[in-house]
Design a protein around this ligand. Sequence first.
Ligand code: TRP
Length: 364
Amino acid sequence: MSKIILTGDRPTGRLHIGHYVGSLQRRVELQNSGEFDQIFIMIADAQALTDNADNPEKVRQNIIEVALDYLACGIDPARSTIFIQSMIPELTELSFYYMNLVTVSRLQRNPTVKSEIQARNFEASIPVGFFTYPISQAADITAFKATTVPVGEDQAPMLEQAKEIVHKFNSVYGETLVEPKILLPENEACLRLPGVDGNAKMSKSLGNCIYLSEEPEDIRRKVMSMYTDPNHIRVEDPGSLEGNTVFTYLDAFCRPEHFEKYLPEYTSLDELKAHYQRGGLGDVKVKKFLNKILQETLEPIRNRRKELQKDIFAVYDILKKGSEKAEQVAAQTLLDVKDAMKINYFSDEALIAQQQERFNNKES
Ligand code: TRP
């Protein structure tokens, strides 16, 4: 069986380093591994509209931002198909059929939907489209017969829901859809990178992000103001690693060679942590180290983005070609689905002949 990746992001803002360690970095590695037969990366504008219906301009503006971030991180359009969700009408049609296989109570129990409803104060008036977006996400995944979906941890309930739809569909209509597997980051710190303020979630609305396109001075400022251990007041005080954002970021970004380069008096992160916990290591020193690592990581991405920004026409062309290619694949799956559901009236000659027969028999 072919190995196929499908994943994507809502275009509601520029992508940040949480996206990077949570999923983008992995996608690029998987792409470059050559292990996959096909890779689809989707800009989920239709999903973004499910909770931004009154702000289509925001979604429209951010499509290019996300595309630039993808390309800047190393997604290569020659090896990965980047496309825009709304340009593939087959996805909507698939969603409509899948809706019959999912109950309202099952959607209400979806933990991601639950917490997003709370976060958006939707309790009293949930838009139907928003409520059903896990079904549309199942359509995204299955339309491409994806076997592997590399995403952040928050997407796990979406994958569960998609798998249930696949099972239900296949058991009712016969083996048609492929069961997807989630691929989570291996590194604990990458599962959910906190915001610079220590909040568990890095998000645009909380204003606690470091963006991939962030300028060096802003990266430095954000790192130097990062949340650490509030009880670690003097350098001599023992410090705690628990909920200490600077160390969580080091867990996500630091590699052994960074010590040699930027902090040669330590040989490993464990050693640095032990010193911090013992006391005698100041926050500023650790933050400066993190700043150097982040600068090194983000500089090539920012520079590539600036290059790409010089030819926006070319970037839209990548999206257009990608969307055309993606639509062909989704259209084939839709045909398979409709065949399985027997909604293929005009292409089923046996059916028409049978019906004729039925009416002839009635006559006689
Ligand atoms: N829900 C994802 C997000 O919020 C975006 C998305 C839409 C997606 N469809 C998908 C991710 C299919 C993986 C697979 O970022």
